[in-house]
Design a protein around this ligand. Structure first.
Ligand code: GLV
Length: 286
C-alpha cells in the first residue's frame, strides 16, 4: 500500500497526519498526541488489556482477526486435545517412574469435547476436531448453529454443556462476565476426571480452584497457555504440578505476513466506509 505513509514509534512524523495507530496498548493520551486519530488496531486477537470504559468513543477499536493466529490456535488445541485424549500426562509420569503400563483406550467418537467461545478461533478449532471424529459441544453467550456441534448458549445452558464435556477448551474473550468462568462451581458440573485446555486468557481461570479440582480428581489434567500473571513467579505451584502442562502464551500469535494483510484490508475498508473486520463493540467488550 505505497500510498499510505508508515512510521515506527517513536518516529511518528507529523502527529496531526496520524489517522491509524497499530499497537498492543497505546498511551492513554493518544488523542492529545494524535488529534486526527480515527482507528486503533490491536496487534492481538484480544482487547481485554484495554480499559474500554475509558476508550475515546469517537475512535474505533479493531482487534486482530489474523488467520495466522487461528492456525496457531488450531495446532495448539489439536495438540492438547489429542495429548489429553490419549492420556499423555499420565504416560509421561509413568515413563519417569519406569512403568510400562497400558491404559484403556477411548475412541475419539466417545470423547466429548466442549469448546467455550464460538468466534473465529472456536470455529476454526471445531472444524479441525470434527475431522478427528470427536463428539463436539459448543458454548457461547449468544445462540449459534454449527454443523455437527451441539450448541449451548447463555448462562442457563452452561451447566448442561459442562455435564456433557469430558475435555473443556476455553477460547472465550475475557470480559467482566467471563472472568473466572473456570472456577470450582463450573468444574463441579464436569464429569469427574475431565480435562481442561485454557488458551483464552489467564483471567478466565480461578487458579486456586484448579489446584483443588486436580487434587480431588474432579479434573484429571490441565494444559494452560495463559496465566493471571505472565510469567508466573518462581514459587507458583503450576510450574511443578504433575497434572499441569504450561506453555508461555504461544498458542496463537499474530503472523507478520497475514496480520499485515488483514490490517491493510481494514484500512482500505475504513477508507471506503465499509465495516472493518474485528471492529470491537465497546459495550460488549470484544
Ligand atoms: C494473544 O493472546 C492475542 O491476543 O493475540
Amino acid at each position: 500500500m505505497p500510498e499510505l505513509s508508515f512510521h515506527l514509534w517513536p518516529d511518528v512524523g507529523d502527529p496531526e497526519a496520524v489517522e491509524f495507530l497499530v499497537a498492543w496498548l497505546p498511551p492513554d493520551n493518544m488523542l492529545e498526541l494524535f488529534p486526527n486519530l480515527r482507528v486503533v488496531f490491536s496487534v492481538g486477537a484480544g482487547v481485554d488489556h484495554f480499559d474500554l470504559s475509558a476508550f475515546p468513543p469517537q475512535l474505533q477499536l479493531v482487534r486482530m482477526l489474523d488467520p495466522g493466529i487461528a492456525q496457531g490456535m488450531v495446532e495448539y488445541v489439536t495438540l492438547g486435545t489429542l495429548a489429553l485424549h490419549r492420556d499423555m500426562p499420565r504416560f509421561l509420569q509413568q515413563q519417569r517412574q519406569q512403568q510400562w503400563q497400558a491404559q484403556p483406550w477411548v475412541p475419539a467418537q466417545q470423547r466429548r469435547v466442549g469448546v467455550m467461545g464460538l468466534g473465529n478461533l472456536g470455529r476454526a478449532v471445531i472444524a479441525q476436531l470434527r475431522s478427528l471424529g470427536f463428539q463436539l459441544n459448543g458454548w457461547s453467550r449468544s445462540a449459534h448453529q454449527l454443523q455437527g456441534v451441539t450448541c449451548f448458549a447463555g448462562w442457563e445452558q452452561l451447566p448442561d454443556f459442562l455435564q456433557q464435556t469430558d475435555l473443556l477448551i476455553c477460547l472465550l474473550p475475557l470480559t467482566a462476565e467471563t472472568r473466572h468462568i473456570l472456577c470450582a462451581r463450573n468444574f463441579n458440573h464436569l464429569p469427574a476426571g475431565a480435562a481442561l485446555i485454557n488458551a483464552g486468557r489467564g483471567g478466565h481461570l480461578q487458579e486456586e480452584d484448579l489446584l483443588a479440582a486436580l487434587d480431588s480428581g474432579q479434573l484429571g489434567a490441565a494444559m494452560l497457555d495463559v496465566l493471571q500473571e505472565e510469567p508466573p513467579g518462581y514459587s507458583h505451584p503450576f510450574w511443578q504440578h504433575p497434572k499441569i502442562w504450561l506453555t508461555p502464551h504461544i498458542a496463537g500469535v499474530t503472523s507478520h505476513d497475514s496480520g499485515c494483510d488483514v490490517l491493510l484490508d481494514n484500512v482500505r475498508r475504513f477508507r471506503q466506509g465499509l465495516p472493518m473486520h474485528g471492529a470491537v463493540d465497546l459495550s460488549r467488550g470484544y
